[in-house]
Design a protein around this ligand. Structure first.
Ligand SMILES: [Zn+2]
Length: 477
């Protein structure tokens, strides 16, 4: 069973299509409760034509086209497709995709891993659609993540929408600049942040390859180097603005997050996690209309992966719908035992222990941003170790709900909120006439508990409806 499904995927045969709208034939979904952000319509009808939503409302609000294919979804729940606003196509979901985090080239030969990733971005697209994710923001990777057709030709119904930032600008240590030797610029993952002329050149380079954002990896600088680096961050913001590119910043400490916002950041791609956010931060965030992206699980998942190789014990894979491919499962289920000079058991254990307090603080900061009226988008940081492309979004929304958000608020942040982060709030993320027909069907009500996103039965992307069972890449126990 497993083998034959994989063989079908390997042959490139698309999973069975239940219904497909085109210019002449419409598809009508009837009977489900349609949940669109914080309001809903019971027993709704959705008419889809040519990949777009033509009408949505109570049955009498939409007259059914004569030759429409009618799909009865009575008793089900429909939301817009999920959006993961922070992923990395150039990372695997295991330690082999992060040579800056664990340098073990004999065990994890990154050039080979990188080549395999760039050759097959559809591996992650398959995982996303299988999970119910119909759009993703790739916030950092080699140039191919921007230039390959997976990022430029995203109207396909068998792929998620993609927006991509490309290589990151950073002042972090020199070893982080290159993973493929001193190779060509198209193989760099990091671009140096050294002087004014240099950072302007990096922004021009990103613009030239078609990057849709300028991403800065801004770790807390040494106190004696703060002023210089803060100045360079301001320069990057100005250059990005002049080039018409969004600046997005990794800044997990409060001081650096504020600097990023002063420099014009439109998205903070992680939580502030070193201390509680204050009013000045909230004013800067809302003043910029910036999007706050919590990524609550990525840190704890790093701890799980490191403990896994420190103790040679496999971590649990949370994949209720069969969306994680066998190659990554094999890596996780048979972890290499790393020597203690690379990862000491004591350090691995402490990294697990430290997580609880950090999550609590991140959840507290998420609520402070929410209560201040800040924009929030759901995101996983998928591709990092144990943060698996696709199903990790289920745990992310559950952690957001645990922080104190209502299910409705989390649904909105995971659909329209992500579209706002991607600059596509007029295209997708809502079930409204004129929007791209990206939606998911659930058998359980997510307004009761966002855990019910796990009860995915169908996925519609660009007007093509598929059963979730046909999107699985492995068997579900
Ligand atoms: Zn990331």
């Amino acid at each position: 069973m497993k083998r034959s499904l994989l063989a079908v995927l390997a042959l490139g045969i698309t999973p069975p299509v239940l219904a497909q709208s085109d210019a002449t034939d419409a598809v009508v979904l009837t009977g489900a409760t349609v949940i669109n952000g914080d309001y809903w319509i019971e027993s709704a009808s959705i008419i889809v034509r040519d990949g777009r939503i033509e009408c949505v409302g109570e049955p009498e609000a939409c007259s059914f086209p004569e030759d429409a294919e009618i799909i009865d979804l009575d008793g089900h729940y429909i939301t817009p497709g999920l959006v993961d606003a922070h992923v990395h196509f150039a990372q695997t979901g295991w330690l082999d995709g992060r040579p800056d985090g664990m340098q073990a080239p004999d065990v994890y030969p990154y050039p080979e891993t990188a080549a395999a990733l760039s050759a097959n971005p559809d591996r992650w697209h398959a995982a996303y659609l299988c999970t119910g994710i119909t759009a993703v923001y790739d916030v950092g990777g080699q140039a191919w993540t921007v230039t390959s057709d997976h990022a430029t030709d995203t109207d396909r119904s068998d792929r998620a929408h993609v927006r991509a930032a490309g290589p990151l600008i950073t002042h972090a240590s020199a070893r982080n600049r290159f993973f493929l030797g001193e190779g060509a610029s198209d193989q760099l993952l990091f671009l140096p942040m050294e002087d004014v002329a240099g950072v302007r050149e990096q922004v021009r380079y990103l613009e030239s390859i078609g990057a849709q954002a300028v991403k800065v990896w801004y770790l807390a600088p040494r106190p004696d180097d703060r002023d210089r680096l803060d100045g360079l961050l301001m320069e990057i913001g100005a250059a990005a603005d002049a080039a018409g590119l969004t600046m997005i910043v990794h800044a997990t400490s409060l001081r650096e997050a504020k600097m990023a916002l002063r420099a014009g950041a439109a998205i903070l791609v992680h939580s502030v996690s070193d201390q509680p956010v204050d009013q000045e931060f909230l004013d800067l965030l809302t003043g910029n209309d910036a999007v706050y992206v919590p990524t609550l699980q990525a840190g704890p998942n790093w701890g799980r992966a490191l403990a896994s190789v420190a103790f040679a014990a496999s971590a649990l894979i949370d994949d209720p719908n069969g969306c994680v491919d066998e190659a990554i499962q094999a890596r996780i289920n048979a972890p290499e035992r790393m020597p203690s000079d690379l990862i000491s058991p004591a350090w691995a254990y402490r990294s697990l222990e430290g997580n609880g307090a950090e999550i609590a603080l991140m959840q507290q900061n998420l609520m402070a941003v929410f209560e201040a009226g800040g924009r929030i988008a759901t995101a996983t940081d998928a591709g990092n170790p144990m943060t698996l492309h696709g199903p990790s979004i289920y745990r992310e929304v559950e952690m957001m709900q645990t922080a104190g958000l209502s299910p409705q608020a989390v649904i909105e942040m995971s659909t329209r909120g992500g579209a706002v982060a991607m600059g596509a709030e007029d295209e997708f993320g809502q079930i409204e006439a004129g929007f791209v027909a990206d939606l998911i069907v659930l058998s359980e009500d997510p307004r009761e508990d966002v855990r019910n996103f796990r009860s995915l039965t169908h996925v519609m992307r660009a007007g093509v409806l598929r059963a979730q069972s046909g999107l699985r890449v492995t068997q579900v126990d």
